[in-house]
Write a protein that binds this ligand. Structure first.
Ligand code: NAP
Length: 236
């Protein structure tokens, strides 16, 4: 039975991934900040092979402690899903620097730290795959005035964290390739979650139905790439 470790597994896409991989017969290591408040996740753990772990991706000591707790367990797929949007409204002269700082610590450094701490577990897994959830809004090439995703201000803070995540992941991809570990970026689509908002195009179920086959198709040959939920290459 393959094992997946998911961050931010208590709601939104993270919960959707946890439900889908659990239903598909995977062992799910579901990490979230507040297991005591993760009602849906705890309910899932009653019926499936789901273990709920407390984890704040900005707390490096806790990441190291969880990596130590799980040191005997191989992880086939590390899914770095947790993120924050980084403040509101994200327009010029309305920058919330404290929220932006937290977004970098969550969306970029949190992912890097997770990869550093869990690379040995992934190396022991059969699939040897790390998927970092990015966003198509991170694409500099796509950032034009006709950008259809540009509906809520310019999103400087959020976009820039994901653009940084793209570069960090691409660097990591080359560093981990000799160990047989693939690192792939995924844009999950615009999805109706707390982060995506109510006007997004896809439901969580629709996004998960597209993302999971795409993720499952990734191999070492895909390392360093940035793919959309439908598997298409996203331009940098
Ligand atoms: N929804 C979209 O349209 C969309 C589009 C492109 C990319 N994405 C990406 O998809 C991923 C999932 O987003 P979502 O839409 O499902 O958002 P969401 O519903 O807001 O969920 C975000 C998750 O991240 C967790 N999280 C935030 N900060 C954390 C921290 N410091 N430590 C651990 N967990 C933390 C949240 O936990 P709490 O409940 O404790 O806050 C929550 O579980 C993110 O990487 C996001 O950038 C989403």
């Amino acid at each position: 039975m393959p094992t997946i470790l998911i961050t931010g597994a208590n709601k939104g896409l993270g919960l959707g991934f946890a439900k889908r991989y659990a239903a598909d017969g995977w062992r799910v290591l579901a990490a979230c900040r507040r297991p005591d408040a993760a009602t849906d996740l705890n309910a899932l753990a009653q019926t499936h092979d789901v273990q709920v772990h407390a984890l704040d991706v900005t707390d490096h000591a806790t990441i190291d402690a969880l990596a130590d707790t799980l040191k005997a367990k191989p992880v086939d797929l590390l899914l770095n899903n947790a993120a924050v949007q980084g403040g509101h409204p994200q327009k010029f002269r309305h920058t919330d620097y404290a929220a932006w700082d937290l977004a970098f610590r969550t969306n970029v450094m949190g992912v890097m730290k997770m990869c550093e701490a869990f690379a040995p577990h992934v190396e022991r897994g059969a699939k040897k795959l790390i998927v970092n959830v990015s966003s198509r809004t991170s694409s500099i090439a796509n950032k034009t005035t006709a950008d259809p995703d540009n509906t809520k201000g310019e999103l400087h803070q959020y976009r820039s964290t994901k653009t940084a995540l793209n570069m960090v992941s691409r660097c990591m991809a080359w560093e981990l390739q000799p160990r047989g570990i693939a690192v792939v970026l995924l844009g999950p689509g615009w999805v109706r979650t707390d982060l995506g908002g109510p006007n997004a195009r896809l439901s969580v179920d629709e996004a998960i139905a597209a993302c999971v086959p795409t993720i499952n198709s990734f191999t070492l040959a895909d390392t360093g790439q940035f793919r959309g939920h439908d598997g298409t290459v996203v331009p940098w």
